[in-house]
Write a protein that binds this ligand. Structure first.
Ligand code: GLN
Length: 321
């Protein structure tokens, strides 16, 4: 079906979603990274970014929080750009694990395969692939530049979060070395893990995530800067990765009930992307047991349902003034 949605309607629905979901109880801050446990659990922001560059927002959309696993999407895009879709498939894979984000069992079960760049194992493997190999400074530069390009403005490293996570990431250290033993780390394992920990510790705002989500939805063209960040033809690969594993072991439930391909992070952020239509993001620190923000999920579902968009609907959506 052809559907026309007025921008004013989106403003109205975002306002309602904020009012309806802001007092939702349930969930708790991630505490396995001590820094995240200290963040005010009442913070809450929602933002929608349209391909025209218009941003519709409510709440704490300029608050800077830890991007965490959402940055796995950024790194996946970088290696897709550097290597192409086929090589990423061969070296990492694109399979949902159905297991928690930091699962070691998933690596063993997949017969040495990191599964997808959107779980910890695949993301560390992806960081090892970032070019130029063997040069941590230049690799980091490429990662930061790509994040900036996707989000439309600079992100700053949250030093305290980086420290906190580096001191406590024993499970991820085990993953890096296990992958090394399977020849699934393509550069120095310690360096790859450090790059991973660092980009997870980047500070981001809800607004920047909505812009990144829209850059993906807009076939790689950032709606704010106009820069073509990745090749158009990669959009379906990127969206399929997000749709198949964005919420880890709850991904099926999420996509079935929301219709919005989205990626979460234990910092409380969720970044959604609806191809050709918009980018959407929400942030609230309390998480469910799979590490996904309770309020952010509720807000995004509310908006998708009320404005009637769903990636599986077959509708062609036009947003008008
Ligand atoms: N950096 C976090 C970790 O590796 C990211 C996890 C997440 O956001 N789901 O544990």
């Amino acid at each position: 079906m052809k559907k026309t949605i007025k921008t004013d309607e989106i403003y109205e629905v975002v306002k309602q979603a904020y009012a309806e979901t802001r007092n939702l109880k349930g969930g708790k801050n991630a505490d396995y990274i001590p820094f995240l446990d200290k963040i005010d659990p009442n913070l809450f922001g929602i933002a929608v970014c349209l391909p025209s560059g218009e941003i519709i927002e409510a709440g704490d959309t300029d608050y800077v929080f830890g991007i965490e696993s959402i940055s796995k999407v950024h790194t996946a895009i970088l290696i897709l750009q550097q290597y192409g879709a086929e090589k990423v498939m061969q070296q990492i894979g694109a399979d949902a694990t159905g297991l928690p984000f930091n699962s070691i069992l998933a690596i063993l079960m997949e017969n040495d395969h990191p599964s997808t760049p959107l779980v910890n194992a695949g993301a560390i493997s992806a960081d090892s692939m970032v070019k130029p190999l063997g040069n941590p400074e230049e690799k980091w530069k490429a990662i930061v530049e790509n994040m900036t390009d996707l989000c439309g403005s600079e992100l700053k490293l949250l030093d305290e979060l980086y420290q906190s996570e580096s001191e406590t990431n024993y499970n991820n250290r085990a993953i890096a070395w296990l992958l090394k033993s399977y020849n699934r780390i393509y550069d120095d394992p310690q360096m790859s893990l450090d790059l991973y920990t660092r980009h997870c510790s980047m500070g981001v705002t809800t607004k920047q995530l909505a812009i990144a989500g829209c850059t993906i939805a807009n076939r790689g063209k950032n709606p704010i800067t106009g820069k073509q960040v990745f090749e158009e033809s990669l959009m379906p690969n990127i969206v399929s990765l997000i749709a198949s594993v964005g919420f880890y072991e709850h991904t099926g439930d999420w996509i079935y009930t929301s219709g919005i391909p989205a990626k979460t992070g234990v910092g409380g952020g969720v970044m959604g992307t609806l191809p050709g239509v918009f980018g959407i993001a929400a942030f609230a620190p309390p998480l469910d047991e799979a590490g996904n923000s309770v309020k952010a999920q509720a807000a995004i579902k509310y908006i998708a349902r009320e404005i009637g968009v769903n990636v599986f609907s077959g509708d062609s959506i036009e947003i008008i003034k």
